[in-house]
Design a protein around this ligand. Structure first.
Ligand SMILES: N[C@@H](CCC(=O)N[C@@H](CS)C(=O)NCC(=O)O)C(=O)O
Length: 219
């Protein structure tokens, strides 16, 4: 088996790195990790040495280089079918892919008003109609996934899938910013907080000392 190397940004700030890292952990495969601290002098050259996109996350698998969080999750789902990273049933998989893509390309109001920082708690944010409607949308799609396909367990599709990888950073933002959530969403956030891999990521983030201005973070 070719060596796997995962290139991540700062664990406190890089929500895009967290997503495929969770998928990689779910495969149980051994991997090396390289952390590139973002927005320090020379960081871009370090990123470009790993991937032509000049961004994290990046996965290296032998000679292959895969970048972009969702592409890495897809690659891992293909390479590690036993991890069952997508739901098996076609309808569930179609919904899981749709909500994952919606996260990947959307929720710009949440992302700009609630910058990811998983080591921060007790933050508050000014409410706006756009922000509230996106928070409602997240809760409604979590509900839809769980009501339609979540019978086997506490994750969005019962067992852990890429859809959870995509939304776990959202759940952590809701914790950081004290978002008011319905009971179903609160239960999902608790599931996220109790997850061993999530706890490991946050523990590593708490050891970081870097501080990045929120205006620089595009995640
Ligand atoms: N669509 C990309 C976004 C990647 C991204 O924006 N990564 C940020 C960190 S979370 C980054 O590398 N920022 C450094 C830069 O843009 O120079 C993905 O899903 O992987």
């Amino acid at each position: 088996m070719d060596k796997l190397t995962f290139i991540t940004g700062n664990k406190s700030y890089s929500s895009w790195s967290l997503r495929p890292w969770l998928a990689l952990r779910a495969t149980d495969a051994a991997f090396d990790e390289i952390a590139v601290p973002l927005y320090v002098p020379g960081y871009k050259a370090m990123l470009l040495a790993h991937s032509p996109a000049g961004k994290v996350p990046v996965l290296k698998h032998g000679e292959r280089v895969i970048w972009d969080s969702l592409a890495i999750c897809e690659y891992l789902a293909e390479q590690f079918p036993k991890a069952r990273l997508w739901p098996e049933a076609t309808a569930a998989r179609a919904l899981a892919r749709s909500v994952s893509a919606e996260m990947h390309s959307g929720f710009t109001a949440i992302r700009s008003a609630m910058p990811f920082n998983c080591r921060a708690t007790g933050r508050r944010v000014a409410s706006s109609q756009e922000l509230e409607s996106e928070i409602q949308r997240v809760q409604s799609l979590w509900r839809e996934c769980q009501e339609r396909h979540g019978q086997e367990g506490p994750w969005l599709f019962g067992r852990f899938t890429v859809a959870d990888c995509m939304y776990i950073p959202m759940a952590l933002r809701f914790v950081t910013y004290g978002a008011r959530l319905d009971t179903g969403a609160q239960a999902y956030v608790r599931t996220v907080q109790q997850d061993t891999a999530v706890q490991e990521w946050i523990a590593a983030a708490r050891l970081e000392r870097d501080v990045i201005a929120t205006s620089e973070i595009g995640n």
